[in-house]
Design a protein around this ligand. Structure first.
Ligand SMILES: O=P(O)(O)OC[C@H]1O[C@](O)(CO)[C@@H](O)[C@@H]1O
Length: 533
């Protein structure tokens, strides 16, 4: 890549502490001009969304995550008050937990936080916790249940160990009916009861008003309930109570996160493509993937603390863009696959394929200029003096060397990359990154004509899962019937009896047998094995 192309396309905003280099995506000189009409249409759609239009037509909902950091932009006093009032309650609640005004039933301060949620109700809090936490210095230590895996739940509970009595639990679910989160809540409540503790005196809910979770929390008299509004999507919820409450409890400066997001919103709201990093990102995605997901987006932050960013973006991008139909109802099967981890660790894993294997991706490098956190970055961190690992060279210099080296090595083999640079990793810059990608996804969705704000595909898996649970109940009832043969029955015979799928019945019975719920007599061939109660 040439210096002149770099100079032409490098975007730097020193006020924000953000830079974007698109020069290594090989778009032709006329690309931005060709796309300008579509980009202007995307800016207009975004302006309509921000002013409260029904931007999610399927669900007849407004899409308001941008209002979370500038409540005054929300349409109507009621919404504005709800946003500001909730923010104030979050600050107040966290302050009272920290001061001990809200304390554990034994009078001790709450020192540990267990967050229960999944998808958009966990990924943001997990990202922020890992990116900004200061182990040993945070106001509270934090752990997560983000699945219905009993072993994972036990792992987290074992790690909490003796701190359970001083553990505050935040259960997060927009719908309030997500099975994994409900199960996590029930498992946590059982653990509290087993330790002689009353769950309601430890639990807090973040959920939609009137949801199942909201009703349980109200009925049981939980410590507090915070709202999750229908105009905030799960994957764009980090900057409402979903993300802000856990972050504030951990001791992270949530106002700096909001300010960072607001600052990027301000810049990326402007309809001047060349000065708008979200628009430039969206256009690069369009070029690199031919506007149809032809290539994967590999996210490579050269910063351990941003390890979870690719996972966070995976949901944001893939749940938003992975759609069967466009806005006209045509089958388009859109999307961009996202994966990644961190550099330079990945250089010793999959970068081999990126350089020499199938050329089906483009990389986004994320560079953080400042190597070590310091007390000046809003996280209260302690800066260790850099040591020299070689004369005049630090570990951080190596990290940058590997980033620049890998980037060149990929360019040499015609593998495109974008570089995003932030000055330092802080609450403010993390808020900026979140806002930047939220808007890039929204603009890209307009460019390809899809609704980024619904997720109809997710329902299919949920429905199928409840079908499996219903089948399990029927199989168990059949096995427990008075006249059931004492020697047992095959999966096929049981399936016929309950009018279920033989394959699903076999899988369910194998799982029940492995967990001692049913007895299995193994036979050869495997499908003649017998199961009994
Ligand atoms: O917050 P909820 O309603 O529990 O949903 C969790 C996640 O599940 C999804 O709806 C997908 O099933 C995501 O969009 C969402 O972030």
């Amino acid at each position: 890549m040439t210096w002149s192309r770099f100079k032409e396309y490098f975007y730097q905003n020193t006020e924000l502490g953000l830079a974007l280099d698109i020069s290594r995506i090989p778009f032709p000189e006329d690309f931005l001009a060709t796309k300008e009409p579509a980009m202007q249409a995307a800016f207009s759609a975004m302006a309509a969304l921000e002013s409260g239009a029904i931007a999610n037509p399927d669900e007849q909902r407004m899409v308001g995550h941008y209002w979370l950091r500038r409540p005054e932009l929300a349409p109507g006093a009621e919404l504005r008050d709800a946003i500001s009032g909730t923010l104030q309650r979050i600050r107040q609640f966290a302050a009272e937990v920290h001061s001990g005004a809200i304390s554990a039933p034994d009078g001790q301060p709450f020192s540990h936080l267990l967050v229960i949620g999944i998808g958009g109700s966990a990924l943001g809090p997990q990202l922020v916790h890992h990116a900004l936490g200061q182990p040993g210095r945070d106001r509270m230590s934090v752990s997560f249940f983000d699945n219905t895996d009993p072993d994972g739940i036990d792992y987290a509970l074992d790690a909490i160990g003796g701190k359970l009595a001083q553990t505050l639990v935040v259960v997060i679910s927009k719908s309030g009916g997500t099975a994994e989160t409900r199960n996590g809540m029930l498992e946590a409540a059982a653990a509290f009861r087993a330790a002689g503790l009353a769950p309601a005196r430890h639990f807090v809910a973040v959920t939609g008003e009137g949801s199942q979770l909201d009703k349980v929390a109200a009925a049981e008299g939980w410590l507090a309930r915070f709202p999750m509004w229908d105009w905030v999507g799960g994957r764009t919820s980090e900057l409402c109570a979903v993300g802000l409450l856990p972050a504030a409890l951990q001791g992270i400066d949530i106002d700096a996160m909001l300010a960072g997001a607001a600052a990027v919103d301000e810049v990326t709201r402007r309809p001047i493509t060349r000065e708008n990093p979200a628009a430039l990102l969206a256009l690069m995605w369009h070029f690199a993937t031919e506007g149809r997901g032809a290539k994967d987006m590999v996210i490579l932050p050269y910063k351990d603390r941003l390890l979870l960013f690719s996972r966070y973006l995976q949901q944001l991008v893939m749940e938003s863009l992975g759609k069967e139909l466009d806005l006209e109802g045509r089958v388009v099967n859109q999307g961009i696959a996202v994966y990644g981890n961190k550099g330079s660790t990945d250089q010793h894993a999959y970068v081999q394929q990126l350089r020499e294997g199938v050329n089906n991706f483009f990389v986004t490098f994320i560079e953080v200029l400042k190597d070590r956190s310091s007390s000046g970055d809003g996280r209260g961190g302690r800066a260790r003096a850099p040591i020299q690992v070689e004369p005049d060279v630090s570990s951080g210099d190596y990290l940058q060397g590997f980033y620049l080296g890998t980037r060149d090595a990929l360019s040499e083999k015609d593998r495109g990359s974008i570089s995003l640079t932030i000055d330092e990793l802080s609450p403010r810059s993390l808020g900026m990154l979140i806002a930047l990608y939220e808007r890039a996804v929204g603009l890209y969705a307009s460019l390809i004509g899809i609704n980024a704000y619904h997720q109809p595909g997710v329902e299919a898996g949920k429905k199928a899962a409840s079908g499996v649970i219903a089948l399990q109940r029927k199989l168990l009832a059949a096995l427990r019937e008075a006249g059931a043969p004492a020697e047992g029955q095959t999966a096929e015979a049981l399936a016929a009896q309950v009018a279920g799928s033989p394959e699903l019945s076999f899988k369910v019975l194998e799982h029940l047998a492995a967990n001692g719920v049913v007895k299995k007599q193994a036979r050869t061939p495997w499908h003649s094995s017998l199961y009994r109660a």
